[in-house]
Design a protein around this ligand. Structure first.
Ligand code: ADP
Ligand code: MG
Length: 274
């Protein structure tokens, strides 16, 4: 079905391959099981600084698990993940053996990445502004006045300059998700991870969130985005991946993904979604 987001489908990224920086996320031969369920099967993916990678695939194909592994919200059973210069969740001892890091160290690694989920998870008892300044002040020890100024800038950037004092219950789903994006940006992440950020939204609110994400991509943010919004993929992605059964079965620039997919899985996926 067509959604408001499909408007952007007519405006593919016109500049062609962009100038991308060095690798910033390196996923190497990652394996993940839940019990006997082999959820990630030798997944490898390198994301370069400034790159926007869209991950699509049917429910249960492993997309969320992959994102959660990048953030070390899940541990991996094999392979390695390096993000923003950190081997996620581990350090190497003098003999080269991998030693799991404690929670505090993992939290520090995670701070370099912003995560936006399907459910916005704002604190209901805090205003939009306080939701955004909470971590910078409490965790990073930022000066409260400075954090507040930054939060107001971010609210303007996501199109909500007048909502600083609003509580989540007073905001629409699309507005809440934009506050959630601003909250993630307040930590000045090097990479943004999005897991189906518009799936819980009413159709008329999808494009206001996608527009913010497109803006972010144009400003050079490195992004890994799990989404079925193919209009967004056309407008913002450098690469579109399809996951199927725990594997990356297609990995192409958007034009190719949509017009000349290599995998039968992609053809089937596109026939159902477009
Ligand atoms: P997707 O995001 O593509 O829908 P997921 O990564 O959520 O897929 O799930 C991949 C597979 O892993 C599914 O079979 C799912 O049931 C399973 N799974 C995900 N999370 C857990 C968990 N915490 N415990 C057990 N199984 C899980
Ligand atoms: Mg998922």
């Amino acid at each position: 079905p067509l959604t408001a987001a499909d408007g952007v489908a007519d405006a593919p990224r016109s500049v062609g391959p962009r100038d991308l920086g060095p690798p910033i996320v390196e996923i190497r031969n990652v394996q993940k099981h839940f019990g006997s369920n082999h959820v990630l099967r030798d997944v490898s993916l390198t994301v370069r600084t400034g790159e926007v990678v869209v991950i699509a695939g049917r429910s249960g194909s492993g997309k969320s698990t992959l994102l959660r592994c990048v953030d070390h919200l899940e541990t991996i059973d094999g392979g390695s993940i390096t993000a923003c210069g950190h081997l996620m969740g581990y350090r190497q001892d003098s003999s080269g053996k991998l030693v799991p890091l404690g929670d505090g160290k993992v939290a520090r690694q995670r701070r370099e990445m912003g995560m936006v989920f399907q459910s916005f998870n704002l604190f209901p008892h805090l205003s939009a502004l306080r939701n955004i300044t909470l971590s910078p002040v409490k965790i990073m020890g930022e000066n409260p006045a400075k954090a507040e100024a930054h939060a107001r800038e971010l609210l303007a950037r996501v199109g909500l300059p007048d909502k600083a004092d609003a509580y989540p219950a007073q905001l629409s789903g699309g507005q809440q998700q934009r506050v959630a994006i601003a909250r993630a940006l307040a930590m000045r992440p090097k990479v943004m991870l999005f897991d189906e950020p518009t799936s819980a939204l009413d159709p008329e609110m999808i494009s206001e969130v996608l527009d913010v994400m497109i803006d972010l991509s144009r400003q050079g943010m490195t992004m890994i985005v799990v989404t079925h919004e193919m209009g967004f993929a056309r407008a913002a992605a450098d690469r579109v991946l399809l996951m199927h059964g725990g594997e990356i079965v297609e990995e192409s620039p958007p034009e190719e993904f949509f017009t000349n997919p290599k995998s039968e899985h992609t053809k089937l996926f596109l026939s159902k979604i477009l």
